[in-house]
Design a protein. Structure first.
Lengths: 104, 649
């Protein structure tokens, strides 16, 4: 079986990244936005793992980074959901457009 | 006797009174303020008399020469090892004489005001201001340092301003106080520059050192100041002239006299104290204090002489036509100060030629008594009649016998009729003028005649002329009580005594230019002319004003435009108004205001406008929408990425 070339993996991660970005910009629901951010983080994870596997097969740095990122993503999700819950309590909505008071 | 133990109390007691009455007066001393002020000043006066007595008759004289005793000196602001502003107290013949005059006249005014200002809502404030003035004036005459003089000089200016504007609900009083302050302040500017010039070349601000350095023609300082020149005039002349400008402003010398007649808007006792006896002679005192330096420069002495003489004549001429009794007295004050000035101008330092100096100080001394007496008597008249205008008076001699007699005494004194005080001092001045400058002598003689005329015009118009018709409201009869309380009569009586006998003080033995006693020989033949002239003038005034008649009006009519010019004070006020309103305001003030409003304000407003507009444009970026911020963030990252990829090799 032929090895899958690095570029293919990068195509996938890039696609994932822009899907995440698209979701982040277009969705108004904060939970969906949070999910989009998870997509962004995971695309980066794929990049780390792929570069580690293809360029430095004898090292594990990229994999470590991925584990760190997953950990941080979990923490970030917890914080973000706490914020969303608080926002819901005060605004009765989790629509990001409804929480635009912090402006000029 | 040790002066140090008590002399500092002389100026400090009024200062304490001022602080006490100024802070707590309106609440706690509403009625007792007068007693407190008078009592503290009485103590001050007694101390002054003790100090002066000790100085003149006990220990001031060493080997027949009056010493300058620096009682105490404290370096207040040290600029360099040589130059410092000191606060000190000096006793010499003129300062010893001045503390007596200032505290004594001030005491009389304090007592008089007890009755005159009774029931005034700002009674305590009034006494506070009087105390402030007395403190400043005493500080001024005792100063050892020329800058100390300047500080107290400004303080007397401020207290004069406060007291002229005492009736601050009258627009005319407010205008007068501002006028007095601005005119004298303007002159003080000259004084300050003069101090700086003298201090710069003399290398010191201490008066005694300054005199010592600038009067020996070999010293380096004297050579520097007399050789340095500006516009062809030596620095010495400039410095002294500028100092004299300050003195002329304070002493209401022509052409800086315009504030004095208006200053009569203040309460009458204030006019007696500040604008007759003490503050206005500060200019004379200043010239006398620096006289050794003045005597080094003939040009400045000439200026002093002619300014003094012209003021004396002009003021006397104007005084003949004024109808407001206080204004007549104001012009008469100006005229008498002109006398003192020219007497200083024709004097020389020391010896027989120092006669003018001694005469000037003598006249200052006697003038303080009879002029404050005139003002206080006028105050009593105004108090009774409720008007300043001569036409509302007349025939008051029966109603106010004490005021009548004291006014007559003061008039005789100022007219120079022997043996009243004014005779002696005026004779000395005329004698000094006769010996040094005949033109000045004749001007002085002419002024003396005019003085007798207008003083007796005043006297006859107030106390004789028509019978008195009270301008009171119907039903309120004028009664003998109109003469005022005992506190108003007492100062009149005391001052009358002084106006009669002050001339017998052996002044030439006590106060002279060089501290050595001067032999004066009063020449009877010489005295005949001025006295005869005065008597003729008095008879003339009696003919015109003793009874109600048409003669004064006819004379006024026959003089026509000339008379009109005099009544309008030679249009000097109008000239000032023209210069300030038309020239200064239009050519300097208005362009300056335009620059301020358009250029300077424009810059600041422009900056604010640009900031506001820009922020209006870019504030939309701060939308508060999270996704917008995310977009900028990603945009920025993308931009950086592009930069790194294409430009970072």
């Amino acid at each position: 079986m032929n090895e899958i070339p690095l570029t293919h993996v990068l195509y996938v991660s890039t696609a994932l990244f822009f899907i995440g970005m698209y979701g982040l910009f277009t969705r108004r629901n904060m939970i969906t936005m949070l999910m989009s951010i998870e997509l962004l983080l995971n695309s980066v994870n794929i990049n780390f793992v792929a570069f580690n596997k293809y360029l430095y097969p004898d090292k594990l740095d990229g994999v470590f980074f991925t584990i760190f990122i997953i950990t941080i993503a979990a923490a970030e999700a917890a914080v973000a959901i706490a914020i969303i819950i608080n926002l819901y309590r005060s605004h009765k909505s989790i629509d990001v457009e409804d929480a635009a008071e912090l402006k000029w | 006797m040790d002066y140090q133990q008590y002399i500092f109390l002389i100026p400090l007691l009024p200062l304490v009174t001022f602080i006490l009455l100024g802070i707590f007066g309106r609440k706690h001393f509403k009625t007792s303020a007068g007693i407190i002020g008078t009592a503290s000043l009485l103590a001050s006066t007694v101390l002054s008399l003790i100090a002066a007595y000790n100085y003149f008759f006990v220990d001031g004289k060493v080997n027949g020469l009056y010493q300058k005793i620096v009682v105490f000196k404290y370096s207040w602001l040290q600029f360099s090892p040589d130059v410092s502003i000191d606060m000190g107290i000096i006793l010499d013949p003129i300062s010893a004489m001045m503390i007596v005059i200032v505290s004594f006249v001030s005491l009389m005014v304090h007592v008089f005001s007890l009755g005159y200002m009774k029931g005034e809502t700002r009674f305590a404030t009034y006494y506070g201001f009087l105390s402030l003035f007395t403190f400043s004036m005493l500080g001024l005459v005792l100063s050892t340092n020329i800058f100390q003089v300047y500080i107290f000089w400004e303080l007397v200016g401020v207290s004069s301003y406060l007291l002229i504007g005492f009736y601050y609900d009258r627009p005319s009083a407010v205008a007068a106080s501002k006028k007095a302050f601005i005119v004298t302040r303007f002159a003080d500017f000259g004084f300050l520059i003069g101090i700086l010039v003298l201090g710069f070349y003399g290398g010191t601000l201490d008066i005694a050192t300054l005199i010592e350095r600038l009067t020996s023609s070999q010293s380096a300082e004297f050579l520097a100041i007399s050789t340095a020149s500006f516009v062809g005039v030596s620095a010495l002349t400039w410095g002294l002239t500028l100092v004299f400008v300050g003195g002329a402003g304070k002493s209401a010398m022509f052409p800086l006299h315009i504030w004095l007649p208006d200053a009569m808007e203040g309460p009458t006792p204030v006019s007696a104290l500040i604008h007759a006896a003490t503050m206005v002679v500060a200019g004379v005192y200043l010239v006398a204090r620096l006289f050794p330096i003045f005597s080094m420069d003939a040009v400045v002495l000439n200026i002093v002489t002619w300014v003094g003489a012209s003021s004396a004549v002009i003021a006397a001429v104007i005084a003949c036509t004024q109808t407001d009794i206080k204004r007549v007295l104001a012009y008469s004050t100006m005229s008498q100060i002109g006398y003192m000035m020219f007497a200083l101008g024709i004097a020389k330092n020391g010896g027989e030629d120092g006669l003018g100096y001694m005469a000037s100080m003598f006249h200052l001394f006697t003038h303080a008594f009879f002029k404050s007496l005139l003002f206080l008597a006028a105050g009593a008249v105004i108090h009774a009649v409720h008007s300043n205008e001569m036409k509302d008076m007349g025939g008051l001699r029966k109603l106010m016998p004490i005021t009548h007699i004291s006014f007559l005494v003061a008039c005789l004194a100022i007219a120079g009729i022997p043996p009243f005080a004014g005779f002696f001092s005026k004779e000395e001045i005329l004698l000094a003028a006769f010996q040094s400058n005949k033109i000045i002598y004749f001007l002085g003689l002419f002024t003396a005649g005019l003085t007798s005329f207008y003083m007796f015009r005043l006297y006859f118009s107030i106390f004789w002329n028509k019978s008195f018709h009270p301008v009171h409201t119907e039903g309120e009869e004028a009664n003998p009580n109109d003469e005022g309380t005992l506190s108003m009569k007492l100062p009149l009586i005391i001052l009358s005594v002084f106006a009669i006998f002050a001339g017998f003080v052996p002044f030439s033995k006590l106060v002279t230019a060089d501290g050595l006693p001067l032999e004066t020989h009063l020449n009877i033949l010489f005295s005949v002319t001025p006295v005869a002239l005065s008597i003729i003038a008095i008879l003339f005034a009696a003919k015109l004003y003793k009874t109600e008649n048409e003669r004064p009006a006819k004379i006024a009519l026959s003089l026509g435009t000339f008379y009109k010019a005099i009544t309008n004070k030679f249009y000097i006020d109008e000239v000032y108004l023209f210069v300030t309103k038309k020239i200064v305001f239009n050519l300097i003030a208005r362009p300056a205001a335009w620059i301020d409003r358009n250029v300077i304000d424009g810059c600041i407003n422009g900056m604010a406008y640009v900031t506001a507009t820009t922020s209006n444009v870019i504030k939309g970026v701060q939308s508060g929408k999270v996704q917008n911020y995310a977009l900028y963030f990603f945009g920025g990252i993308a931009g950086l990425a592009v930069m790194f990829i294409y430009w970072w090799k």
